[in-house]
Write a protein that binds this ligand. Structure first.
Ligand code: NDP
Length: 623
């Protein structure tokens, strides 16, 4: 984030004018003393010994800010106390500022001032400065006890340091690094060295892309860490799992207390909590962040979901907010999710919902292809039209596109082996949902559909297929069925998040989570925008009339879609699970009573009675 405006700050007597002037000389920039910008009324007040209040300072700060904007291209060094965060924010309006903080304790400043014949400050006045002081988090910080020469050396060293580090220049890491560079952050990039295969990756990456004007590349870990200003912010975009643990143990010996490691990989939320605790004991901050958007999103703006210790989040969010996608109101699709591994938790559920959203589209495709006998181009047309309306989503958009892609006369889709892979986040979501007692049945069904696709080739079963005909649905009826199934999928996913929030006391903001998923991420959609609004006032999507009305009027189409697909022997596990879920939560039939009776019969597990609202347990001698 280097630029040419510097503000040397600190309490009165910290030496900011001296250091400011020397720094300006070292950088060949003009020096301006903030005190010269006070309006006459402030000068009169100070001369009368009356302390300035916040209102007095506003005009002064605005004047300084205007001057900084005027000089931002040529550069300048200012000396200005800038004691409060709100003052610093005003000084940064429309201009990037490097703050240099001359740090010292009350006693240190007091002793310094006592030695200076020309400077007397009543102890009470100095104390009031310390009372007002809010230490800056992202400033170049130097001890005021050092000699001016040493202070300048230290500042110059830090100025030449990079503001952000990134490890792992694979698909995602490279794109995130380019995104950071496009946002004018100075970068240190690291990729591991593997003889013969992974050599000088970081240097080659920097040479390949013009945006890396202020970046240096490393394969020596210590040199990489030393290239960064402190507190260091290092983003890991490497393989999740034991590789991440091993890498943490390699890099931490070179890091200092107060530095931050950010894990952007798809790590399990429990691992993130464990790593936060492990590194906290060493004085290093750890932030786990979900990142969604794939390669293109990482480059152009992903959805970012960081969680961890608040102090660490404060240090890294200026970077993450800048590179994130923007929602419809131009706000960053990045929010501080909560403590522990909550960011990785919601990324995990995001991926689970993504599994089901993908599978739903695959099942809709199957109906068009095998029941309505449409070709991929015709199906693409329908999806394209749907994507102009309320069903709009990124996954619908890309599915419409991929269906038309051809190799010669053949659709590529027809050349792709019917065998789906996965990297584990759907599995984690399913395991977590079952552990928490949440019926995320559509995610589970989508995961198992992928598993079935990998084993079906082992079987040579020629199962009989009857040719029973069922009413063919219109395109709008199929759209209705698809809309309802998506609503059930989102309700299940958000219920899992809500339950985790309560279980772990994370206090997650569901509306904000949905908002940061309205752009940048893979499950962005028109529905997600509606969900964000619903969660501003409701805790559960099924408590929202707009949701329930659609489900009530369109469930009939969901049922018809399922019956039509099943009569054509199509596997549609996510659609049938959506329908089963809706039928399961209706009151008109009872089956759990049979389960309870069976459990009581063989295991004396007891049951509750309809005519006893106290919840008392009953047992029957069944034989
Ligand atoms: P890639 O396979 O493209 O890149 C992996 C990176 O990790 C490479 O730079 C690789 O280095 C490095 N790496 C692997 N093992 C080690 C190790 N033992 N020590 C140090 N570095 C290592 O993966 P992606 O970029 O796709 O994914 C990176 C992370 O981001 C993963 O955790 C993934 O789950 C997550 N993610 C991926 C998304 C995607 O859409 N692809 C979306 C969101 C998150 P080398 O090149 O030397 O092998």
């Amino acid at each position: 984030m280097r630029n040419n405006i510097f503000i040397v700050m600190g309490v009165s007597g910290s030496g900011k004018s001296t250091i400011g002037a020397k720094l300006a000389a070292a950088l060949s920039l003009d020096f301006l003393d903030g005190d010269d910008f006070h309006p006459p009324e402030n000068i009169a007040k100070m001369a009368a010994g009356i302390p300035l209040d916040d209102a007095d300072r506003m005009g002064w700060l605005k004047k300084l800010n205007s001057k900084a904007i005027e000089l931002k291209n040529t550069g300048a060094v200012f000396a200005c106390s800038s004691l409060k965060e709100s003052y610093r924010q005003m000084l940064c309006n429309d201009v990037n500022v490097n703050f240099v903080y001359l740090k010292g304790t009350y006693q240190e400043v007091f002793d310094r001032l006592s030695l200076r014949k020309d400077h007397f400050m009543p102890p009470a006045l100095l104390k009031s400065q310390f009372d007002a002081l809010e230490e800056p988090k992202n400033a170049i910080t130097v001890s005021l006890l050092e000699s001016p020469e040493n202070i300048i050396i230290q500042i110059m060293q830090k100025i030449n340091k990079k503001s952000f580090g990134l490890v792992g220049l694979g698909v995602m890491g490279k794109s995130l690094a380019r995104n950071l560079a496009r946002n004018n952050f100075s970068l240190s990039l690291y990729n591991r060295y593997v003889q013969g295969s992974e050599e000088k990756i970081a240097e080659k990456t920097i040479a390949e892309y013009p945006e890396f004007v202020n970046a240096s590349g490393f394969e020596d870990l210590e040199a990489f860490v030393n290239d960064l200003e402190t507190p260091r912010k290092i983003f890991l975009m490497i393989k999740a799992g034991k590789e991440t643990d091993e890498f943490i143990d390699k890099i931490v010996p070179f890091m200092d207390k107060g530095d931050v490691l950010i894990d952007g990989g798809n790590s399990h939320f429990a691992d993130t909590k464990r790593r936060i605790d492990y590194l906290q004991a060493k004085g290093i901050f750890f932030v786990g962040t979900g990142v969604s958007g794939g390669e293109k999103g990482a480059l152009e703006g992903p959805s970012i979901m960081p969680s961890g210790p608040k102090e660490a989040l404060d240090l890294v969010t200026p970077f993450l907010m800048k590179i994130a996608a923007k929602d419809k109101d131009h706000n960053p699709c990045c929010a501080l999710i909560g403590p522990d591994g909550s960011g990785h938790f919601i990324k995990m559920v995001h991926n689970g919902v993504e599994y089901a959203e993908m599978q739903l589209l695959a099942e809709v495709y199957a109906y068009f292809r095998y029941v309505l006998k449409q070709n991929p181009e015709e199906i693409s047309e329908v999806f394209h039209t749907w994507n102009q309306g309320k069903l709009k989503s990124y996954l619908l958009e890309i599915t419409a596109k991929l269906l038309t892609k051809k190799e010669g006369d053949t659709y590529i889709i027809d050349q792709i082996l019917d065998k789906a892979g996965n990297k584990g986040t759907g599995n984690w979501t399913t395991v977590t949902a079952t552990e928490m007692g949440i019926p995320a049945t559509m995610i589970t069904a989508a995961l198992f559909a992928r598993y079935i696709s990998t084993i079906k080739h082992n079987y040579l079963l020629e199962l009989p297929s009857d040719s029973s005909e069922y009413k063919k649905l219109s395109i709008s009826e199929i759209a209705n069925a698809y809309e309802v199934a998506r609503m059930v999928n989102h309700q299940q996913g958000f219920e899992l998040i809500r339950t985790a929030s309560e279980t772990y006391n994370w206090e997650l903001n569901l509306s904000e989570i949905a908002r940061i998923w309205t752009n940048g991420c893979i499950i962005r959609s028109g529905l997600m925008e509606e969900i964000s609004t619903i969660f501003e006032i409701k805790k559960d999507l099924f408590a929202a009339e707009s949701f329930v009305d659609i489900i009530k009027s369109q469930k009939v189409d969901l049922k018809a879609f399922c019956m039509g697909s099943l009569s054509a022997d199509l596997p549609i596990p996510t659609f049938t699970n959506a329908l089963d879920f809706l039928n399961g939560i209706r009151n008109h039939t009872q089956t759990a009573n049979i389960i309870q009776a069976q459990r009581d019969f063989f295991g004396a597990h007891t049951y509750q009675r309809r005519n006893d609202p106290s919840g008392k347990s009953y047992h029957t001698i069944w034989e």
